[in-house]
Ligand binder design. Structure first.
Ligand SMILES: Nc1ncnc2c1ncn2[C@@H]1O[C@H](COP(=O)(O)OP(=O)(O)OP(=O)(O)O)[C@@H](O)[C@H]1O
Ligand SMILES: [Mg+2]
Length: 454
C-alpha cells in the first residue's frame, strides 16, 4: 500500500508539472503569435488613425488586452476602453526590452493576486527600425482551470486505485495467512501429552509444510517410543538384581542363628548381584556418554593392530578359564586409521567378549585384522552356540538378549552389542553378522577409510 501511494504521488506530481509547463508554454506561444500578427499588421501603416481603426476589427480573445506604444512608450492604442491608458506612458520590463534597438520578443506567465496572466511584448519593426511595440496580456485562468480539472480527475483515480488495491491486498493477505494461522492454532492447541498429525488440506507450500511437520511428528514419536522402551528396560534390568539382593538379605535376616557357611553363601550371591548392577550402570553411563559427548571425542591416527593386540591379551585369561582356544591373526604392516581409541576398544572388546561368553568349553575363538582398498576389517569368529536367524537383527537393540535364562548365568545385560554398534557407527563403519545355531558366529566390523583421511 505504501509503495503504491508513494508511486502514485510521485507519478501525479511529475504529471502535473509536465502538464503545467506544457499548457502554459503553449499559451505563451499563442499570445506571442497574436502579438506578432498585430505588430505586422500595424507596421504597414503606423499611424494613430490606422491603428485605432484597424485594431478594434481584430478578433481578440475575451479578457485579452492589447496595448500599442510608440518608441517613447506613449500608449497609442488600448483595447480596454473603460480603463483606457491611451496617450499615457506605459512602461514595463517586457516593453522596454521590445523597444531596444535589437528589439526582443518576450512572453511570460505569472500569477498575481491569485490569478494567472500571460503576456507578450513584441517590437514593431519597419525598415529594420523599431518604431514601437505591441503588448498583449491575457488571463491564464482557463489554462489553470484545465489543469485543476485534470488534477481532480487524477486524485479521484488515485483514490479509487488505493481503495481497490487496499481491499484486494487485505483480502489476499488474509487468504494467505489464514492457513498459517490455522496451522499455528492447531499446534498450539495440541494436547501436551500427545503428538498429533496436522490435517493436510492443500498441495501448496502450506500443505508441504504440514507434510514435513507430520513426518517430524512421526520421527519424534519413534524417538519417544524408543525412549520409553529404554527406560522401562533399564529400570527392569536395575530392579532384577536389587530384588534378588532384597530377597537374599530378607531371608538372612529372618534366619535365626544362621551358620557361617550359609551367611557366606548368601553374601557371595549378593556380591555377585552388586557386581552385576555395577556393570549395568557402568555400561549405561558409557552409552549415554557416547550419545552426548560425540563432539568432544578425539579422533587420532592410531594402529588398529595395537588396539586389537591389547584386547587379545586382556581376553587370554578369560579364554583359558573356559578352556577356549583364542587366536589372533594380524597383518605385518601397520593399519593406521583415524579412530577414537576408547570407543573402538570397547566395541571390539564387547564382540570378542561375547564370543568367549557364548562358546562352550573346548571351542575356538579367532580374531583377525585385515584390509582391502576401502575398509579395514576386524573379524571375530567363534564355534559357539550361534544365534537363531530371526534374532540376528535384534541383538543390537539395547537390553536385548537371545536366551534370557542363560544370560542371567553369564551375567549379560544386553547392552554390549548396542554399545559396539554405536561406537562403530561413530567411525562411519558397520557390523556384519553371520551365524548358525550350534555351529558358531562371525562378527565383522568394517571401518571405511579414504586416502585423504590417512
Ligand atoms: N558370539 C555370540 N554367539 C551367540 N550369541 C551371541 C553372540 N554375541 C551376542 N549374542 C547374543 O546377543 C545378545 C546380546 O549381546 P550383548 O553383548 O548386547 O549383551 P550381553 O552379552 O547379553 O550382555 P553384556 O551387556 O554384558 O554384553 C546376547 O545376550 C546373546 O544372546
Ligand atoms: Mg556382550
Amino acid at each position: 500500500m505504501i509503495i503504491i501511494v508513494v508511486v502514485l504521488l510521485v507519478l501525479s506530481s511529475f504529471l502535473m508539472n509536465t502538464l503545467y509547463s506544457y499548457l502554459f508554454d503553449r499559451k505563451k506561444m499563442e499570445v506571442l503569435t497574436n502579438a506578432n500578427i498585430i505588430a505586422s499588421i500595424i507596421s504597414e501603416n503606423f499611424t494613430d488613425e490606422y491603428i485605432n481603426l484597424r485594431l478594434p476589427q481584430l478578433p481578440l480573445e475575451k479578457n485579452a488586452r492589447a496595448i500599442v506604444v510608440n518608441t517613447d512608450s506613449t500608449v497609442m492604442y488600448d483595447s480596454y476602453k473603460v480603463t483606457s491608458i491611451k496617450d499615457k506612458t506605459f512602461i514595463n520590463a517586457a516593453i522596454t526590452d521590445a523597444l531596444l534597438a535589437d528589439g526582443k520578443n518576450s512572453s511570460n506567465a505569472y500569477k498575481e493576486n491569485g490569478n494567472w496572466f500571460i503576456d507578450a511584448a513584441v517590437p514593431i519593426i519597419k525598415n529594420a527600425q523599431t518604431i514601437g511595440a505591441v503588448y498583449l496580456i491575457q488571463s491564464g485562468d482557463s489554462t489553470e482551470d484545465t489543469i485543476l480539472h485534470i488534477r481532480n480527475a487524477l486524485f479521484m483515480l488515485g483514490g479509487l486505485i488505493i481503495v481497490f488495491v487496499g481491499i484486494f491486498s487485505a483480502s489476499m493477505a488474509s487468504l494467505l495467512t489464514l492457513p498459517i494461522e490455522r496451522f499455528t492454532k492447531f499446534i498450539n492447541n495440541m494436547p501436551k501429552d500427545s503428538l498429533q498429525h496436522v490435517p493436510v488440506t492443500s498441495r501448496d507450500e502450506i500443505g508441504q509444510l504440514a507434510i514435513a511437520f507430520n513426518s517430524l511428528i512421526d520421527r519424534m514419536a519413534e524417538v519417544e517410543d524408543k525412549r520409553k522402551v529404554f527406560v522401562s528396560n533399564a529400570s527392569h534390568e536395575l530392579k532384577t538384581p536389587l530384588s534378588i539382593i532384597k530377597l537374599l538379605s530378607d531371608s538372612l535376616i529372618q534366619t535365626e542363628n544362621p551358620d557361617p557357611e550359609f551367611i557366606k553363601e548368601f553374601l557371595t550371591d549378593m556380591n555377585k548381584e552388586v557386581e552385576r548392577l555395577t556393570r549395568i550402570i557402568e555400561k549405561l553411563l558409557n552409552m549415554t556418554q557416547m550419545d552426548s559427548s560425540q563432539a568432544n571425542m578425539q579422533f587420532i591416527h592410531a594402529d588398529v593392530r595395537s588396539i586389537v593386540q591389547e584386547i587379545y591379551e586382556k581376553l587370554i585369561p578369560l579364554a583359558r578359564n573356559k578352556d577356549i582356544e583364542l587366536t589372533l591373526i594380524q597383518p605385518d604392516d601397520e593399519v593406521i586409521l583415524p579412530i577414537e581409541q576408547d570407543t573402538l576398544t570397547e566395541a571390539i572388546y564387547n564382540i570378542a567378549d561375547n564370543s568367549i561368553k557364548y562358546t562352550e568349553p573346548g571351542g575356538k575363538v579367532d580374531i583377525s585384522v585385515s584390509r582391502d582398498l576401502g575398509n579395514v576389517y576386524i573379524d571375530v569368529s567363534d564355534t559357539g552356540i550361534g544365534i537363531p536367524k530371526e534374532e540376528v537383527q535384534k541383538i543390537f537393540d539395547r537390553f536385548y538378549r537371545v536366551d534370557k535364562a542363560r544370560a542371567r548365568e553369564t551375567g549379560g545385560s544386553g547392552l554390549g552389542l548396542s554399545i559396539a554398534l554405536d561406537a562403530v557407527k561413530l567411525h562411519n563403519g558397520h557390523i556384519e553378522v553371520k551365524s548358525e545355531e550350534e555351529a558358531g558366529s562371525r562378527f565383522t566390523i568394517a571401518l571405511p577409510y579414504s586416502e585423504e583421511s590417512l
